[in-house]
Write a protein that binds this ligand. Structure first.
Ligand code: COA
Length: 341
């Protein structure tokens, strides 16, 4: 049975920091950042905001959207959840408790199982497939909330201009449920096909090195900078262009369709140049890709659900549209979904 995205939500911190703001603090410029990445600004969470705070806001929005349609309260919609998955690289706490458990508690989703997914910026795509599988395997489970949420700016080395200009904070949520739509014909909708991939030999290229069991902080050690993202930009760039082209080709081939059948591609928003390079290689016009990176920068696992909610709420996704998501990032990981909206 197919699973459909029945509702969406998003949360973005109020504080908006432009490239010009950054250029006052570090050796960079609006021109460099825009021309190398397509980024114009990023939103940064206040010091008391954690991953679960943004995730909760996005979750509540998605539940309110569903509750309104169903004529019940958001609290009742929360009680209808069987599963909560949070994809994040920047959880409230490392190890335990999962951020998903924090959301489960704060939503009062008493019937829901909860766990986190660590798959870098591909986390939401992994999350959708994991949720779809867990719903499919049990007749009792009907609804899952899949959230991507990140406070990346707290794990950013603000002295490294090569990485600190790239990241922002945000969250997006999608309510996935067993569809009541017919399995075939023009009314068919839902998650059609997913590809997931990983290349652990590239783990070093995008890594938070300190703070885990491999390199813990030691008692008495002076911590000059907190755990932060180290990145080999060129290696990640090359992997990303290959991943985007490979996944688009594979999804089209496996589903026996052409790019003309796709209404919109929603890629992970890491760098507009990655998307442009992949589009050029495949001869896909730029307007086929949805980009909001200019406003939000790279929000990792939040970027795709955040974009989906923006598109959904602005009426740019119509029932029956075939959309493709593409993700890539730390791990290294990559993946993509084909979804009939
Ligand atoms: N402002 C100004 N100059 C900068 C800069 C900044 N923010 N960051 C780097 N530079 C400088 C470098 O110091 C270097 O100067 P030099 O030639 O004098 O040594 C020059 O710009 C070129 O640096 P380079 O790292 O080669 O740039 P690039 O064209 O490879 O672009 C990235 C860098 C990070 C934008 C690019 O590699 C990239 O997007 N990689 C993928 C990153 C990504 O998407 N990560 C997340 C994946 S989920």
């Amino acid at each position: 049975m197919a699973m459909e995205i029945a509702a969406t939500g998003r949360a973005v911190p109020e504080q908006r920091v432009t490239n010009d703001d950054l250029a006052k603090r570090i050796d960079t410029s609006d021109e460099w950042i825009r021309s190398h990445t397509g980024i114009g600004s990023r939103h940064i969470a206040g010091e008391h905001t954690a991953c679960s705070d943004l995730a909760l806001e996005a979750a509540k929005q998605a539940l309110s959207m569903a509750a309104e349609r169903e004529g019940r309260t958001p609290e009742a919609a929360a009680l209808s959840l069987d599963l909560i998955l949070v994809a994040t690289a920047t959880p409230d706490h490392y190890g335990t408790p999962s951020t998903a458990c924090l959301i489960q508690g704060r939503l009062g989703a008493a019937e829901a199982a909860a766990m986190d997914i660590t798959a870098g910026c591909t986390g939401f795509i992994y999350g959708l497939e994991a949720a779809a599988g867990l719903l499919a395997i049990s007749g009792a489970r009907k609804r899952a909330l899949v959230i991507g949420s990140e406070i990346l700016t707290r794990f950013t080395n603000w002295d490294d201009r090569g990485t600190c200009v790239l990241f922002g904070d945000g969250a997006g949520a999608a309510l996935l449920e067993k569809t009541t739509a017919p399995a075939e014909g023009p009314e068919k909708r839902g998650l059609l096909r997913t590809i997931l991939g990983a290349d652990g030999s590239g783990a070093e290229h995008l890594i938070i090195r300190r703070g885990g069991s491999r390199l813990p902080y030691k008692p008495g050690e002076t911590v000059d900078i907190p755990p932060h993202i180290d990145m080999n930009g060129q290696a990640v760039y090359n992997f990303a262009v290959k991943a985007v082209t490979g996944i688009i080709e594979k999804l089209l081939r496996e589903e026996k369709i052409t790019i003309d059948d796709i209404s919109l591609i929603v890629p992970h928003q890491a760098n507009a140049r990655i998307v442009q390079a992949a589009g050029k290689r495949l001869g896909i016009p730029e307007k086929k890709f949805f980009l909001n990176i200019e406003e939000y920068a790279n929000t990792s696992s939040a970027s795709i659900p955040l974009a989906l909610d923006e598109l959904n709420r602005s009426g740019k996704l119509r029932r029956g549209d075939l959309i493709m998501t593409i993700g890539f990032g730390g791990g290294l990981t990559c993946g993509g979904n084909l979804i009939i909206w």
